[in-house]
Every structure is written in C-alpha cells, then in structure tokens.
Design a protein around this ligand. Structure first.
Ligand SMILES: *[C@@H]1O[C@H](CO)[C@@H](O)[C@H](O)[C@H]1NC(C)=O
Ligand SMILES: *[C@@H]1O[C@H](CO)[C@@H](O)[C@H](O)[C@H]1NC(C)=O
Ligand SMILES: *[C@@H]1O[C@H](CO)[C@@H](O)[C@H](O)[C@H]1NC(C)=O
Ligand SMILES: *[C@@H]1O[C@H](CO)[C@@H](O)[C@H](O)[C@H]1NC(C)=O
Length: 459
C-alpha cells in the first residue's frame, strides 16, 4: 500500500518589489536563442510520512488560508501566495558551484526564488556532502552588490538593502511565506552545470539564487522539507529558474509528475526549453488552455475553468465561481508545490454532492479527519470511482484519472483529495496529485499551458 502525503503547507510570499526597469535589464542580460535544445533534470519524489502525520499538515494548510485572509485585509496589495514546499513533493538535483556541489531542491511553480541553504564554513570537512551549499568551496560564488540592479528583484529584509558601514555590502534578501516561514541571506550568482537533451553538459555562468543563512518555519525546515536544501521556484517572475534559463531555451518548460504510487517509481523529468511540444515528445497530442496573468500575483500560472463534470454530467456551478476578479482574488492556479487541490467553496460543495450521489462503495466506520468523503474499498476488487473532468478556457478538457483525486489515507480507505477554499478571498489550486500522469508544458511566450495524457513514458 502506498501511504500518501497530503498537501504540504500552502505558502504565500510577500513580494512588493517589482521594478520594471530592473526586470528588463535582467531579462536582456540573458541571451535569447531559439535553440531547440533543452535541459533535462530528473525529478524525484519523496514521501516518507504516514497518513496520520500528513493529516496534521493538511489541517495546518487550512489554517493558513485563514491567516492569509486576515492579512489580505491589512495590506492593499493582494498577497502573492502559493509557494509551497514540504511532503508529497517533487525534487530536482541541482549541480551548482565550481567544482559542482550537488543539492536537492523542491520544484515549485508557485514561487519564484531559487534558494539554497548556505554555509559559510571554511573548513567544511565535518559537513555532510549535500547538506548545504558550501559557498567558500566554490571559486565562482559571488553575492550581488546591494547596488546591483539584480538586487531590486528580491524583497529586502528592511527598507535599505545596503549596509553603508560596509564597503562591500552584499545584496540581502528576505523571502517570506504565508505561514511565517522565511529564507534570508544574500542574493548571489553562481555557475550551474546542467545536462542538455543532446547529452552535452552545459555550464550556465550566472544563475541568480538566494544563498540562505536563515531558514525558518515549519514548511521549509524539519521533516516536512524532507531533506531538501532549498526550493527551485519556477514561477513567472524574473528571478525564477524558468525565467532565468528559459530565454536561452525557448522560454518554456515542461514536466511530467509520475504516479508515485506505482512501484517501482518511474522517473519524471523537468525540462527547461524544448521546441514545440511535438519536438519534445513526438506523437503526443497536446490540449491547450491559455495561461492567465494576475497582476497582483505575478508569480502564478492561472488557468480558466469553465465547468466541471462528474460521472458525465455537467454540474450546476456558476462560471463566476471560477473567475479571477479585478482585484486579483479568486482564480485557479496550477502549482507543482502543493499536493492536494483546492477549489472554490461553492464549486466544491456541488462536486462533493455529485461524488456522494455517484459512489456506491461503503463508507468507513469512522470519518477521516480533514476529508468530507471517504470510501472503504475492502469489499470491491476493482472499486469504481466516479470520473471527473474539467472543461477549461480554450475548450480543452482535462480529465485526470480517479487515482489523481482519490488518495489512500489508510489501508483500503480512499478519500476525495480536494479541499474547499472560500471564494472571493482565496484562490483555487490544481495541486501536484491532480497533475500526475500528464505531461504539462508551460509555454510562456505563447502564454498557454499544453497538457497530454500520453507523453510521460518517454525519457
Ligand atoms: C552592517 O555592517 C556592520 C559591520 O560589518 C555590522 O556590524 C552591522 O550589524 C551591519 N548592519 C546590518 C543591518 O546588517
Ligand atoms: C548528466 O547525465 C549523466 C549521464 O546520464 C549523469 O551521469 C550526470 O550525473 C548528469 N549530470 C547532471 C548535472 O545532471
Ligand atoms: C555573467 O556576469 C558577468 C559579470 O557579472 C558578465 O560579464 C556576463 O556577461 C554574464 N553572463 C551572462 C550569460 O549573462
Ligand atoms: C472496511 O470494510 C471491511 C469489510 O468489508 C471491514 O472489515 C473494515 O473494518 C472496514 N474499514 C473501515 C475503516 O471501516
């Protein structure tokens, strides 16, 4: 039996600093080539938690939404939120520094910053390899100066990022998440070594990243972080990994999150770049939906949901329930860093009722905390679970298999892996469980998301 990790903490980060001039400078410094080569990073999945432990994570996740709502009233800018990390996550191996050091990062389409836990040790012989980035062991490590235009791209810990009492004042940053977790340190650049599709090794000289000397909070420390040393933000902002490298490789990225309940676990890849989808995976028929932008939350990849069907019947849900409104509230985000999916409460209620109507399986004797619908599949050799599909903007249909929205919370107990968010203040999330088994391509130049049920098997 596969134990399943539920949603980790669903984080929000507060990022008030958007300077369009520095944004442009930053992007222009990256060469835009139309090479159809791409980078390929194996994705690993880890989830050592037992269901009972993850349930408490999930409860935590729900309380985070409340705190986020409260904060949202206090500040005029809607909170840019959704970065997340923790259990049930997909990780990439990054080689960084000269000589390369190997570190494990959580991949997250819901945040922008790439950061690593750093150590300033000079004699690091007692450090376990991979436990932190050893800045002094790399000949190419260099923090940005606080006056560097790149420094304007990260939120500073206090209004003045420069310390005038120091001659070489590095660019300090502090990046915080909604549960209070934060990473702080020096915004820096490094050489990173990556594999391309043609099998050659490429060195990229200027990866900008946060060299973190302070890492605090439950979601990015301790067991929920699962031994990772940082986060690879893949959001839309200029400092994300995909933004920094994407321009060299066609400004798109794709991934396939394999079903981690399969044994042995298949390998997934994160690809940066690649030509048209047909070049990435031949014989793959893609469906497309436009990616929407929320100016108040520029990190996120929003998609539009038009309707939902359960068991073939379109459900009576007002389309406005799914919409992103003018003040930046609502909408649906596609996030690799969140495990469960979160749908607006009015839609959730209708979906839940439709599942309850269409399920013929026995309910467990006791309710599973945190879930509104669970079934006991002990009696059924091939339990039949209702099919759900989403009609998306652009008239494509996303129809994940039931294993992507029912999870095992105990032996032979499956629960609907969707949670409600209050519409109007929160926003919905298509989490990584729901994305399993599909190849997703985020095409930023064309502002569209391609997805295919066939395309994960290819390396
Ligand atoms: C500024 O630098 C001085 C000297 O290195 C140090 O003592 C002080 O704590 C620094 N201030 C801040 C805000 O980091
Ligand atoms: C690149 O690929 C080779 C062979 O597949 C592998 O041994 C190596 O670890 C990879 N390097 C990186 C940086 O992923
Ligand atoms: C990396 O930075 C160095 C100096 O900061 C600059 O000379 C070089 O052109 C940059 N390279 C790229 C690929 O941006
Ligand atoms: C599930 O059903 C089986 C019998 O079909 C029963 O023995 C078992 O206790 C049930 N489990 C729960 C948690 O209700």
């Amino acid at each position: 039996m596969a134990s399943v990790s539920l949603s980790p903490l669903f984080l929000s980060f507060f990022f008030f600093f958007f300077s369009s001039s520095s944004f442009n400078n930053f992007c222009n410094s990256q060469q835009s080539t139309t090479a159809h080569d791409y980078l390929q990073l194996p994705l690993l999945h880890k989830q050592p938690f037992s269901p009972s432990q993850t349930l408490s994570h999930d409860t935590h996740r729900l309380s985070l939404l409340h705190s986020r709502r409260r904060r949202r009233r206090d500040i005029t800018l809607p909170v840019v939120s959704g970065a997340s990390s923790g259990s049930g996550q997909y990780f990439v191996d990054l080689r960084i520094g000269t000589p390369p050091q190997r570190l494990l990062l959580v991949t997250d389409t819901g945040s922008d910053l790439v950061w690593l836990t750093c150590s300033a040790c000079t004699d690091c012989s007692n450090r376990e390899p991979g436990s932190a980035f050893l800045a002094r062991h790399s000949s190419t490590f260099s923090p940005y100066h606080c006056y560097d235009s790149a420094c304007k791209l990260v939120p500073p810990p206090d209004p003045n990022p420069c310390n005038h009492t120091r001659l070489h004042s590095p660019c300090r940053y502090e990046y915080s998440y909604s549960d209070g977790s934060l990473t702080a340190g020096f915004f820096s650049k490094e050489t990173t070594t990556l594999n391309t599709s043609s099998g050659t090794r490429t060195q990229l000289p200027n990866l900008s990243f946060g060299c973190a000397f302070r890492v605090e909070g439950p979601s990015i420390t301790g067991p929920s972080f699962n031994g990772a040393q940082g986060v690879m933000g893949l959001g839309r902002g200029p400092i994300s990994f995909s933004s920094q490298l994407g321009r060299r490789f066609g400004n798109k990225f794709s991934y396939c999150l394999m079903d981690y309940t399969l044994s042995p676990s298949p390998t997934s890849y994160l690809r940066i770049g690649g030509g048209s989808p047909s070049r990435v995976v031949s014989n793959t028929k893609f469906s497309f939906t436009p990616l929407q932008v929320n100016d108040f939350a520029p990190t996120f990849y929003y998609i539009g949901i038009k309707s939902v069907s359960v068991h073939g019947a379109k459900l009576p849900i007002r389309p406005s329930v799914w919409a992103l409104d003018e003040s930046g509230n609502g909408g649906i985000v596609i996030d690799s860093g969140t495990t469960l999916s979160f749908l607006p409460e009015p839609a959730y209620r209708v979906i839940l009722a439709a599942f309850k109507r269409n399920i013929r399986l026995a309910r467990p004797a006791n309710p599973t905390p945190g879930f509104d619908l669970c079934v006991n599949v002990s009696g059924a050799s091939r339990p039949r679970l209702p099919r759900m599909s989403f009609k998306l903007a652009g008239n494509s249909v996303f129809a994940p298999p039931p294993s992507s929205y029912f999870i095992d919370t105990a032996d032979r107990i499956k629960c609907l892996a969707i949670q409600p968010v209050e519409s109007g203040s929160g926003f919905g999330v298509i989490g990584n469980l729901m994305q399993q088994g599909f190849l997703f391509e985020f095409d930023r130049d064309r502002s569209r998301l391609g997805f295919s049920r066939h395309g994960c098997a290819l390396p």
